[in-house]
Write a protein that binds this ligand. Structure first.
Ligand code: HAM
Length: 420
């Protein structure tokens, strides 16, 4: 039997996992600078959370959900995105009632039944952030700037920020009429897929990657030219703050995003390092969703989510830190217990330490030490145990230092720090 990870899922193995940890820990550090706090919601929810939140007509709910009935007959879904569960929790824990601005971030797996390809998986991981309780364009700008700051610190290759506004109930209906009418005149020039989108969700025609559609898309009216004055002002103020803070962006009138809950600001950050699935991160404002999901009054909100797999793909290759600091080698069985004790002491002094555990010869242990990439080796023999003095060998250049058991950890640290 040949058991393998399910299609569209993958194991994150060492040393790649170091990069994941770096992305996660930098997110925690940087998001905290903006007053964000972590929330952990369950991985599955009542399916209604996504029907109401993501939207019954959305592609995700229609075609991509891992939806199942449990043994008690409950209709459940593995979360395909983080926003509806966070809104559900925001309401369930009555955070809306305080009227304060609430800023939450999350890190975890999401599930969508999509066609797998590079950068697109069925189980993938998002790091997302949501800010509830304010319509101020400064919050849109803050959330966007926070994402850019984080990607820059990670060294992600050329992140490009695209911004648009998709309007709201004041200007979208009249714009949609114009859009549908324009699409109708070019219907025979559109791809089959775009003709279907024209019927179900005309805005999504802008998302088409089919080259046949591009000439038509250029001729369609864009919402940015049909915004109400207050929505235009909102967009201008978001852009104004970003310029003040030195964030480069491009207004992209064709950016519409694949989810229905957005109002006004939408944005995406792409990277040329990614290929076809080039969105590192996407988000926008979603005023109205809190009420749509059962809030007595609405709380305006704005946020984003990034794909961890994609961020890791777009990060530069950097030399990874070795998995341990020290490898302890024992000359024979008579000093094995002494070797183990020494390892115990080193670990409790903050030195990451390992050994060979199969009772092999000294020579074989040295080979394992080399393979482990440990930068230092300590040899434990009867003489060392009797004298209480050990030799630390630095593997990169063979330099040796002798050290007493009490100063061993400190001497290893010094040896590592002085490495050229
Ligand atoms: P989304 O655009 O569906 O938005 O997903 C956000 C990011 O998740 C994408 O830009 C991409 O990096 C990653 N992603 C999505 N699907 C996959 C996949 N199948 N494999 C790998 N990565 C993927 C949302 O989910 C919204 N909840 C974002 C948001 C938060 N809007 C407001 N607040």
């Amino acid at each position: 039997m040949n058991l393998r990870a399910a299609r569209g899922t993958r194991d994150v193995m060492p040393p790649e996992v170091d990069r994941w940890q770096r992305v996660e820990s930098l997110a925690r550090q940087i998001f905290a600078l903006y007053g964000m706090q972590e929330i952990r919601t369950p991985i599955f929810e009542d399916s209604k959370v996504f029907e109401k939140g993501t939207g019954e007509q959305s592609e995700i709910v229609q075609k991509e959900m891992y939806r199942f009935t449990d043994l008690g007959g409950h209709d459940l879904t593995l979360r395909p995105e983080g926003t509806p569960p966070v809104v559900r929790a925001y309401l369930e824990h009555r955070l809306a009632e305080g009227k304060d601005v609430t800023k939450l971030y999350y890190i975890g797996p999401m599930f969508r039944y999509e066609r797998p390809q590079k950068g697109r998986y069925r189980q993938f991981h998002q790091i997302g952030a949501e800010a509830f309780g304010s319509e101020d364009p400064a919050v849109d700008a803050e959330v966007i700037e926070m994402a850019m700051f984080w990607l820059k610190e990670l060294g992600v290759e050329s992140p490009t920020l695209l911004i648009n506004s998709v309007g709201d109930q004041d200007d979208r209906p009249s714009y949609m009429e114009k859009l549908v009418a324009a699409q109708r005149t070019y219907l025979s020039d559109l791809s089959e897929d775009s003709r279907r989108r024209h019927e179900i969700n005309p805005l999504r025609v802008f998302d088409s990657k089919d080259p046949r559609d591009h000439a038509v898309i250029e001729k369609l009216p864009t919402i940015i030219d049909h915004l109400s004055s207050s929505n235009r002002d909102h967009l201008d103020r978001v852009c104004g703050y970003l310029s003040d803070w030195g964030v480069k962006f491009r207004l992209e009138p064709h950016l519409v995003r694949g989810l229905d809950y957005y109002r006004r600001t939408v944005f995406e950050i792409t990277s040329p390092a990614l290929g076809a699935q080039d969105a590192l991160l996407g988000g926008g404002r979603y005023d109205g969703l809190v009420q749509q999901m059962g809030g007595k009054v609405d709380a305006p909100a704005v946020g984003f989510a990034s794909g961890l797999e994609r961020i890791v793909l777009a990060m530069p290759d950097e030399s990874l830190a070795p998995p341990v600091d020290c490898f302890v080698v024992t000359i024979d069985d008579s000093v094995r217990a002494a070797g183990l004790n020494l390892m115990w002491r080193l670990r409790h002094s903050g030195i990451r330490t390992t050994a060979e555990y199969q009772g092999r010869s000294l020579k074989a242990q040295m080979k394992v030490a080399n393979r482990s990439a440990a930068p230092t080796v300590v040899i434990v023999g009867p003489d060392e145990v009797a004298s209480g003095t050990f030799t630390i060998k630095r593997m990169s250049d063979g330099q040796q230092v002798s050290s007493g058991a009490d100063s061993l950890a400190e001497d290893i640290r010094t040896l590592l720090a002085s490495e050229g």
